[in-house]
Each structure stands twice: as C-alpha cells, then as structure tokens.
Design a protein around this ligand. Structure first.
Ligand code: TRP
Length: 350
C-alpha cells in the first residue's frame, strides 16, 4: 500500500527491446523488489536526445519496454509503470532543481564524461564529429528530477549510475536544508549480478553492436546466437582453459539455476577441458528455461495490447498524483504561490 512501504524508483531509456543484460542487471531484481516496496518503473522518454533522429524507434520502444516488463512478471497493479513525458511535472521540477545543482558535479561526473567522450570520438565512423546537445549534458539532472519527484527512498541501479545518485542526494540535502524538508535522501541499491558482456565478448552488451540476446528472441534465434557466441581464446576441445577468459561462464553464473553443476563444469574446464559446444548446449537449455515463461506471458499481452495500454495509462495517472503532491510541497517551500497569496490576502503588492 502506498505510504506504508518504502518507495522505489528505477527506470530505463526506451531505445529498443530489453535484453539479457537488462534482465540480469535490473529486471530480475525488480521482480523481487516489487513485493517489498512501493515501486515506480519509469520509461525515460525525455532522456533519448541521442535518438532524436529516429523517433519511430523510440516510440516503438516504449511499447517494447512495457511489454517486456509485463512479460518478466512486473505487476502493473502493485507497481506503477510511468512514461516520463506524460508527467510534465518532471520538466517543471527539473527547472527549479537546476537552481541548486552545482555545475561542477556535472563536469566531474565520470559516467557523463565517458559518455560524452564516446559521442565526440566514436569508434563508429557514422557518428563521427557529433556535437553534444544540452539535453544530453543534463540527463543526470532529469534523473534527479525523476527520483525526487517520486520522493523515492531507494533507487536500484547499476554502478555506472552511482554518480547520478550522488547528485540526487546532494540536491535533496541542499533543498531540505535551505527550504523545507521535502525529499527523502535516496539510497542506491546495487544489484549483485556482474555486468553481462555481449555475445561477441565485448564489454558492453548493446543493440547498436548487435551483440544482445533479447528477451523476445525466439527459441531458434537464441540457439543460433549462443552457437555463435565468443567462447574465449582459441582452444582445442580437450584442452583446459581459464574460466575467467570465457564469457560463457559469466552467462551460466548469471542464469543457471544449478550453481553446483556450474562449479563442476568450471572445475573440469580448468583441469581437463570442456568443449565450448558442451557449454553452449547447457547455456541454450538454461536460457530456454528462463525465457520460455517470459515468452508465454509476452504472447498473452501481445494478443491483448489494451492491457499494455492500461498498465501505462493507469501507472502514469497514479504517478502523476504523487508528482502533483510533490510539486505542491515544492511550491510551498520555494514560495512559488506568491502571486496567489498576495491577492488572496490582499497584501499591498508594492
Ligand atoms: N539513465 C538510466 C539508464 O540509462 C535510466 C533512468 C532514467 C533512471 N531515469 C532514472 C534510472 C531514474 C534510475 C532512476 O539506465
């Protein structure tokens, strides 16, 4: 029930269908958390300035994300699914908070710095020479507004998001100290799963690299992606290898429900060698078990899209009620109702 449980807010940018990296890094955790907390899950459709040239993709991804969320078992009744742009209070709060955000904290933000460098000096020649829009520079500020607007206590995030959370805490402290105590100082909740690498072994799993396994991929698609997965430096089938160097083990660690078996494989792998084919067969089976129930639920919602729409509308509406409550508190704290007050009390204006 709202008001009794601690509040969680987390979110994702709608840039495409969700993949195994999202599942291991966030969704699996969210599904558990939704029972213990009052959860808001945000589709951050204001934070996609890097996809401004491809709006159809972003619009479509809002549906994909909502469908994926329902498919993994997030419950839109006990939690709120919210579309950022449908709650204009985000933009309003962000503007007021911008008064209090030290620009140095953005300049020093290591995640933002790295992302901006990647935009200005991309490996990918097609995006070379791009300039960075202000909206990208201030996306951490949008995130601050997302979190504070929901008056969240806890924010489950990946490690790369920690600088943004520090910015949020700093802003909340400043506001509470200098005006009124409106905002909880949110705590980060780091997932325990290590970051999943791409199927090509690249450190980043991303759609643009084409190295993802998507939650909506068919059985055949998953099997074929696993077959082509990078399995460490070349090695004979009966040659021992190093577990650390083979990302197949990272996947098994993340998704195999039988850790004893995985340990057994690891031990054999280092001692006598295990072929990548055997590892891949196991991973295919493990992913089938994980993804099949997700596919089934997805199919149910796909054949009844009005349920998806309801989840989004209903969640956004309930989030907006909280947002408006927060804005009332902010208006009071910053004395934004000064005009109304002056007229109501008939004070001399000058
Ligand atoms: N920036 C986050 C990401 O890329 C998504 C996000 C937007 C978010 N707003 C948020 C996460 C608020 C946590 C809280 O993953």
């Amino acid at each position: 029930m709202i008001g009794e449980k601690k509040r969680i807010l987390s979110g994702v940018r709608p840039t495409g269908p969700l993949h195994l990296g999202h599942y291991a890094g966030a969704l699996e955790n969210w599904v558990e958390l939704q029972h213990q907390y009052d959860c808001t899950f945000l589709i951050a459709d204001c934070q996609v300035s890097d996809y401004a040239h491809d709006l159809p993709r972003v619009r479509n991804a809002v549906w994909e994300v909502a469908l994926d969320w329902l498919a993994v078992g997030l419950d839109p009744e006990s939690s709120r699914f919210v579309i950022e742009s449908r709650v204009p209070e985000h933009a309003e709060l962000m503007m007021w908070l911008a008064w209090f955000l030290p620009i140095g904290m953005l300049e020093r933000n290591p995640t933002l710095k790295a992302e901006m460098q990647a935009i200005e000096n991309p490996e990918d020649a097609t995006t070379k020479g791009k300039s960075i829009p202000v909206a990208f520079y201030i996306y951490p500020v949008m995130q601050v507004a997302n979190i504070l607007l929901a008056r969240a206590d806890v924010v489950p995030v990946g490690e790369d998001q920690l600088p943004h959370l520090e910015l949020t805490r700093e802003t909340a402290r400043h506001f509470n100290r200098n005006f009124k105590p409106v905002f909880p100082e949110p705590q980060a909740l780091l997932g325990s799963a290590p970051r999943l690498v791409g199927t090509d072994g690249n450190a980043k799993m991303s759609k643009s690299r084409g190295n993802t396994i998507d939650l909506k991929d068919s059985v055949a698609m998953v099997a074929s992606k696993v077959r082509r997965m990078y399995g460490g430096p070349p090695r004979g089938a009966k040659e021992p290898g190093r577990v650390q160097q083979n990302p197949l083990f990272l996947y098994l660690d993340a998704f195999d429900r039988d850790p004893a078996q995985v340990n057994n494989l690891k031990e054999r792998y280092e001692r006598t060698g295990v072929s990548n084919e055997e590892l891949k067969d196991r991973l295919t089976a493990v992913l089938y078990e994980l993804l099949e129930p997700i596919r089934e639920r997805r199919a149910k919602y796909e054949s009844n899209l009005s349920l998806v729409r309801e989840a989004l509308e209903h969640g956004t509406e309930r989030s907006r009620a909280i947002a408006q409550e927060t804005m009332e508190m902010v208006r009071d704290a910053l004395d934004l109702n000064y005009l109304q007050r002056a007229f109501e009390t008939d004070t001399k204006l000058l």
